[in-house]
Ligand binder design. Structure first.
Ligand code: UDX
Ligand code: UDX
Length: 428
């Protein structure tokens, strides 16, 4: 099949690479000329495990271009994967999606299946359909499909090749698109959820909101565990064995971040409010997440009354391991707070770069540089390399003895056996 993917970000690039791997002819379009030039020179602008190999492997079927008109005209299937960031009030910024629809419209001269993969508020795909009709595009020449993605950064390729479901939102009278989607994904084994356009949009938001709920729930439980010296990791294991709860997304820590959860929960809250529905849970999720950093700052202030004079090594900048993405990163939120407290912050991350300069904050290129002379080491992102540290060696390098586990991912006993002090939230 001839496919055009618009938007070469984390989702667009993964989608394009996987579709090429599945045997389709794929043209990936992005308005960012530098990004396209880099891609055509074989340089992948983002760090996503396996992506560069996948792209290199499929160059015969995968091309990159800024020329949207050319890309759309050649293709029978169009994927919209442009950014849908938040507006100041938490609503979703649809200006990029709108811009793409305006650019696609004059290029529709043969039948097109237009598939929205970007996360868009409920009703957006219906509006796109009406908008194209208003531009005098014949309904014989296109259909709109909502096919949200559920891939996680850091395992995007695997998640797209092994999805737990394929969600397809269709207009009521659309009998053409489902067979086309099924043929396109014929080499991927997964159950299909076929629903309305609004239904598919809601499945995406509800999925992210529920996962965020699990995280804020376990973070609240961790606060209670703290008061009773209970190890929340035992609690996560205990409740997670109940298949009605499940073991995933019960790791307490600094809270959730990234390009999806924060903006999607906010957007769903605004969607509810737009219908005079009071989203109590959605608001509570955000309140717990927004105040999770305070819990750790309070702990650091208790540990170091003169915190402002201390050198703090922060290990991790990315919002999660295995990505270089720092969008809404809890680690960066912590670093900003420590900067405001005028601590001497030394940050290290295997892949991610600080998204902005801050007072008293410097990023170093090695873990050793970061911990040298540190009064305290904080694990802010749970990269595997931080879980296998030589704590005895760390102790020699550090000035202090305190390890703050902001991701509840370390082995407490190992640390204490080295004469270091382990500090977590809700770790007994
Ligand atoms: C995006 C959405 O933000 C997210 O809501 C959705 O769930 C998945 O797709 P992501 O891939 O992470 O997420 O976005 P981003 O990395 O910002 O990439 C978007 C790309 O679209 C950028 O490369 C941007 O240059 C490109 N773009 C944007 C266009 O090519 N044309 C436009 O008009 C706007
Ligand atoms: C998420 C969804 O998982 C994915 O299905 C959707 O398509 C996009 O949004 P992603 O943003 O890549 O994916 O990250 P995810 O792995 O879900 O982690 C999100 C945040 O939650 C990270 O900051 C992570 O550190 C945090 N998290 C995750 C926890 O704090 N505890 C957990 O148990 C799991």
């Amino acid at each position: 099949m001839n496919i055009c993917v618009i938007g070469a970000g984390y989702v667009g690039l993964t989608t394009a690479a996987v579709l090429a791997e599945l045997g389709h002819e794929v043209c990936c379009i992005d308005k960012d000329q530098n990004k396209i030039t880099e891609l055509n020179n074989g340089k992948i602008p983002i760090y996503e495990p396996g992506l560069s190999e996948f792209i290199a492997k499929n160059t015969n079927r995968l091309s990159f271009n800024t020329n949207l008109e050319e890309g759309v005209k050649k293709a029978s299937i169009i994927f919209i994967c442009v950014g849908t960031p938040s507006l100041a009030d938490g609503k979703t910024n649809l200006s990029y999606v709108d811009a793409v629809i305006n650019e696609i419209a004059p290029c529709i001269h043969s039948y097109k299946t237009i598939i929205t993969k970007s996360t868009v508020p409920i009703g957006t795909n219906e509006q796109i359909y009406e908008k194209l009709l208003a531009k005098k595009i014949s309904p014989e020449l296109f259909n709109i499909v909502s096919n949200p993605e559920f891939l996680r950064e850091g395992s995007a390729i695997y998640d797209m090749l092994h999805p737990d479901k394929i969600v397809v939102g269709l207009r009521q009278d659309d009998t053409q698109s489902l067979p086309i989607i099924q043929e396109m994904y014929s080499r991927i084994q997964a159950p299909y959820i076929v629903t309305s356009l609004n239904g598919a949009e809601m499945i995406k938001y509800a999925s992210n909101a529920f996962l965020a709920t699990k995280i804020s729930f376990i973070n609240e439980i961790a606060r209670i565990c703290e008061a009773f010296h209970i190890d929340v990791n035992d609690v996560s294991k205990g409740i997670g064995l109940d298949p009605r709860i499940g073991p995933h997304f019960l790791q307490a820590g600094l809270g959730y971040g990234g390009s999806c959860f924060p903006k999607d929960v906010k957007s769903l809250e605004q969607i509810a409010l737009s219908k005079q529905i009071h989203p109590l849970i959605l608001q509570a999720i955000q309140t717990v997440n927004d105040t999770q950093i305070d819990v750790y700052i309070h702990k650091l202030k208790t540990l170091f009354p003169d915190l402002h004079t201390k050198k703090i090594a922060v290990l991790g900048i990315a919002f999660k391991p295995n990505t270089d993405d720092t969008r809404d990163s809890p680690a960066e939120r912590l670093i900003s707070r420590l900067s405001q407290l005028t601590c001497d912050v030394c940050a290290y991350d295997p892949k991610a770069k600080l998204s902005r300069d801050q007072h008293h904050v410097r990023q170093v290129n090695s873990l050793d540089e970061a911990i040298k002379g540190a009064d305290c080491v904080v694990i802010a992102t749970d990269w595997d390399e931080f879980k296998q540290l030589d704590w005895a060696e760390m102790k020699k390098q550090m000035n202090g003895t305190i390890i703050v586990d902001g991701r509840n991912c370390l082995n407490r006993k190992e640390i204490e056996q080295c004469g270091l002090r382990y500090v977590g939230v809700g770790r007994g």
